[in-house]
Design a protein around this ligand. Structure first.
Ligand SMILES: Cc1cc2nc3c(=O)[nH]c(=O)nc-3n(C[C@H](O)[C@H](O)[C@H](O)COP(=O)(O)O)c2cc1C
Length: 214
């Protein structure tokens, strides 16, 4: 396909609006309303979010992960603690998440502090995963270089055999992170690029709401 037309590709968003008068006091409540709408409107992979981490020196990197829970405290996802993101999050426990739901012209940007979830929470979630995903977690030394696809498949077969007819334990190197938000911005696409942007900023006592220029 010819990509010469990228510069002329654009959408005009006409679907909805976002007003500071209509938002709840807690941005987590608004997030749940928007996520429910994304699910109802059949946005593909609505729980997929870009996770941005950075090294101690401030060099950023990002990748997609899946949101698995929204608690009173924040946003939970699971990964390999020894992966690139895992190491960065342990060394520099601040991160950003971005959701984009194109069907409903909505974006949510979240920034905050990172904590590991409890071992019991990670074990419980791991136990709920399909068996093949559990074996996959044991198989993958995520983010390290491997010699070939074949090597990966062989390790998969090795763990399949090792755990045959057994309950598969959650590896110590695998588990969840909780992002505790310090700010959340809700972006609603509007006509003529005059989008609505509502920012929630956590102060010591409450969430402060402001509107940002698009
Ligand atoms: C839609 C989507 C969802 C993903 N979900 C996860 C996830 O929940 N956890 C995870 O560790 N990797 C997930 N991945 C893979 C990551 O994007 C990434 O390739 C991997 O975690 C290694 O990242 P790192 O080397 O930066 O640590 C997902 C990828 C895509 C495209």
């Amino acid at each position: 396909m010819n990509l010469n037309k990228l510069k002329s590709m654009r959408m005009d968003y006409k679907s909805a609006l976002l007003d500071e008068q209509m938002v709840p006091d807690n941005p987590l409540d608004l997030f749940k309303i928007w996520m429910s709408e994304a699910i109802k409107r059949k946005v593909p992979e609505p729980t997929a979010m870009a996770l941005c981490t950075s090294t101690k020196e401030g060099k950023p990197s990002s990748r997609m992960v899946l949101l698995k829970e929204v608690t009173k405290l924040g946003f939970v996802f699971f990964t390999n603690y020894e992966s690139r993101k895992g190491i960065e999050l342990i060394q520099n426990p601040f991160a950003a998440l971005t959701f984009y739901w194109s069907t409903i012209a909505k974006q949510v940007r979240i920034e905050g502090r990172i904590k590991k979830v409890s071992r019991s929470e990670s074990r419980n979630y791991f136990a709920s995963r399909p068996r093949k995903s559990q074996i996959g977690a044991w198989t993958s030394h995520q983010s390290t270089v491997i010699s070939s696809r074949n090597e990966l498949d062989e390790w998969f077969r090795f763990y399949q055999e090792k755990f045959k007819d057994k309950k598969i334990p959650c590896p110590e190197f695998w588990g969840g992170f909780l992002l505790i938000p310090q700010q959340i911005e809700f972006w609603q696409g509007r006509e003529s690029r005059l989008h609505d942007r509502i920012l929630f900023l956590r102060t010591s006592r409450r969430w402060e709401i402001s509107r940002l220029s698009p």
